[in-house]
Design a protein around this ligand. Sequence first.
Ligand code: CP3
Length: 356
Amino acid sequence: MPALQNDTLIRALLRQPTPYTPVWLMRQAGRYLPEYKETRRRAGSFLALCKTPSLAAEATLQPVERFPLDAAILFSDILTIPDAMGLGLYFAEGEGPRFERPLRDEASVSRLRAPDPARDLRYVTDAIFETQRALAGRVPLIGFAGSPYTLACYMVEGGPSDDWHVMKTMLYSRPDLLHRLLGTNARAVADLLNAQMDAGVQAAMIFDTWGGNLSAEAYREFSLAYIAEVLSRLRRERNGIRIPVIVFTKGGGQQLEAIAASGCDCVGLDWSTSLGEARRRVGTRVALQGNLDPAVLLSSPDVVRREALRALESFGSGPGHVFNLGHGIDQLTPPENVAALIAAVHESSPKFHPQT
Ligand code: CP3
């Protein structure tokens, strides 16, 4: 693999000095880009796109070709793991992800096994090889997986939910069963992230989209404990080079100190927690990623520039900030607002890095 021409993201994740603040966007490859819709049409479906390495690599590269982003993120989905476990993932038009065989009883949880990435998720590592060939060291490639708890939410509930009642009923009535499921998921997530690291990703992110739906105590017991277990199982190094890991719990602002102590390199923030306040709370222990409200990108380039500057000022001077949104980009986002955001971060951020 060629040496990185732009390692700003990696340096920021490790809290090393950088000349400016690096920027990438959650869901930067997706439906707001006409070229993505064209690739998806050729694939036939979102899942076929994920499972065809050449097309997944093409989708990964699209935002990097269009905008001067400081990272690419592998085009895939967190639900590939439960799909490989045999739960039967499908996407009902307009309804989001669903499983044909959700986990509803003890027998189905006991039968569950962590997939072997080399056999069951080969398309993920093949997409990484293809993407790295095409990227040719321009920017780092970020790998990812869901948190054990967020995966369990979909696996138990069978699809998205407003209140997660089926999941929470299992949590309070059969915590033993949920712990067994989370243990299996933690192994599966660690195995897949290690396979991604061996295949060549230069950073990784754990998406805990639903951890914020738990009480403070339940969050630590059922979500963060298993994220920490995943982190402890990761090799986090390839050819002697450190592979930093970001942990993002949406709605996790109250738990910042605990997340920062989980063993990650960087904590992702949604827009409900201020960057400056988060920085005061975690000190120099971890880098911070985030946290622009994705709805800002629905406005105009002027508003986008103003809000980007506000976020940079909130973090303040010094290393350890990775600019990003507080959650995935909205599909109605005009691409010119994304261009304005990236330009604003690149033009306005050098003054926050005076030492370089
Ligand atoms: O960030 C990127 O560009 C990389 C690709 C990526 C996707 N999903 C592609 C995708 C990543 C990192 C994910 C993670 C993911 N998937 C999460 C965690 C992050 C988050 O958003 O909270 C979750 C919860 C999922 C599960 C999932 N997959 C959902 C809820 C959906 C949306 C369903 C919908 O119709 O809006 C998906 C589908 C999905 N994953 C799309 C993309 C681009 C849209 C699929 C399409 O083309 O129709």
